[in-house]
Design a protein around this ligand. Sequence first.
Ligand SMILES: [Zn+2]
Length: 238
Amino acid sequence: MTDELFREDAHLFACDATVTALDARGVHLDRTVFYPQGGGQAGDRGELVLADGTRLVIADTRKGEQPGEIVHVPAAGQDEVLARFAAGTQVQAHIEQSRRERHMRFHTATHLLCALVPHAVNGCSITADYARLDFHMSEPLDKEALTAGIARLVGEAHPVSHRWISEAELDANPGLVRSMSVQPPRGQGRVRVLEIEGVDLQPCGGTHVANTAEIGAVVVTKIEKKSAMTRRVVLGFV
Ligand SMILES: [Zn+2]
């Protein structure tokens, strides 16, 4: 299992690590700052740097076959560099910071949207360029009102933090689960919950800013009626 440093500190953009395995999909490390695609959030890109400065470009990060496995997927055409990687190789893992920071700002903004739209979520995608949330609802949504609501919550500078609760505690509070498609991970005995003080609380494994003020200027760029019971809200940076 890879030690998931990003779960405790989303603002950690580099770490030292040891290669534990190399397979057809990519590089496995004993610990990492690379977030694997999941919960709607895109996987990180970056580099694994050897002691002599040689760089392996990582194009994506994915979950492996086994729970807790993380695969650092190299960009194509790096066979010579890859040949220098083996179990035991020491590397420095660096993620592309500006891209991740956009993921963090958008991800926290989607939680603000959840607080503003009191309906279940049945789809979510968070990239560096846009974020979108699909709400299970038939009523129309107002673009300007939602943009103003997000701006108000950003301006109020609410602290954002995470904590771990037991599955028993989660079962006792079913209202915590807002999402219909992304259920909290089970079987590890504990669930990570993300709290935006006074605004939103829900299970989430993603990376977030530490205060809503860090989100900056985000606007609703589009509201789409995807089906009779689905309203899609798309967010963009100003
Ligand atoms: Zn989330």
